[in-house]
Design a protein around this ligand. Structure first.
Ligand SMILES: NC(=O)c1ccc[n+]([C@@H]2O[C@H](COP(=O)([O-])OP(=O)(O)OC[C@H]3O[C@@H](n4cnc5c(N)ncnc54)[C@H](OP(=O)(O)O)[C@@H]3O)[C@@H](O)[C@H]2O)c1
Length: 257
């Protein structure tokens, strides 16, 4: 248990208003961390902050856009002013735009790359210096199984999502090499299918996709609520002190079949 203990740590979570980000923030608090909740929808962040504070942990809701440098800079400063340090960065904010290179517009492309990749660059840019100073940091970047796997079915094509999530893995490798000597680990996580706002009205409503997912996936089902948290906690805690530049799939075995 003590290897996973996060008491005294502060976790900065992007996309904390959404499904997987909110779940991870709750898990961080359950393991003892105080949390900074960052995303655009303020009411959701404030409601989650209240919920977490009711459990005895501290929570700071800061609304902003991960693609906006001023928003990110201000949120990091607010976190430092409030807590004095940031120990964990969960880069989780993301969007999954549908489309092929033929159907996507330049605006679609830029928006996805900005949220999924530039957002991680910006949060890291402003948080890594604090981690370097304290010689401690755990950075977890949420990629996707779709960094590797794609579909020939046009209704499931997500070319910019594939590209952006592969970029997350490259960014993870580069940062991991630069910062391990400063006691900062940088790893990525590749979820397969989990129910959230991103998927509930798309993939979970796509009967043919869901049937084939359940048929092909060795687990015969999507991931359940909370099943991503163990991997996130592992990579965010001292249990992974000598683990960096890794990509852990949380996919029920999907990628091996
Ligand atoms: N669900 C899955 O099956 C699955 C599978 C593989 C990977 N993932 C990845 O897991 C991560 C979380 O996704 P989810 O499933 O939890 O989806 P979700 O419920 O739609 O949450 C997405 C989160 O990203 C935030 N976000 C989007 N654009 C933002 C921006 N410009 N600035 C700040 N925050 C922004 C949203 O908050 P606001 O709208 O309030 O800003 C929301 O909190 C994503 O990176 C996704 O690619 C999910």
């Amino acid at each position: 248990m003590s290897l996973f203990e996060l008491t005294g740590k502060v976790a900065f979570v992007t996309g904390a208003s959404g499904g997987l980000g909110a779940d991870a923030a709750r898990a961080y608090a359950e393991y003892g961390a105080d949390v900074v909740l960052f995303a655009r929808r303020k009411e959701r962040l404030e409601a989650l902050a209240k919920e977490i504070e009711a459990t005895g942990r501290r929570a700071l809701a800061v609304d902003g856009d991960v693609t906006n440098e001023d928003d990110v800079k201000a949120a990091v400063q607010k976190a430092i002013d409030t807590f004095g340090h940031i120990d964990i960065l969960l880069n989780n904010a993301g969007v999954a735009a549908a489309g092929t290179v033929e159907t996507l517009t330049i605006e679609n492309w830029d928006k996805s790359m900005d949220i999924n990749v530039k957002g991680m660059f910006l949060t890291s840019k402003y948080i890594v210096p604090h981690m370097r100073k304290q010689k401690y940091g755990k950075i977890v970047n949420i990629a996707s199984i779709n960094a590797l796997l794609a579909s020939k079915d046009p209704s499931l094509s997500r070319h910019v999502y594939n590209a952006s999530k592969a970029a997350v893995r490259g960014l993870t490798a580069g940062m991991a090499a630069s910062y391990m000597a400063e006691n900062i680990t940088v790893n990525s996580v590749g979820p397969a299918l989990f129910e959230s706002e991103m998927t509930e009205n798309t993939l979970f409503k796509h009967e043919a996709f869901l049937n084939s997912y359940n048929t092909i996936c060795p687990a015969s089902r999507p991931g359940k609520k909370g099943e991503l948290n163990g991997t996130i906690l592992y990579l965010s805690s001292d249990a992974s002190s000598y683990v960096t530049a890794q990509h852990i799939l949380v996919d029920g075995g999907m990628a091996i079949v």
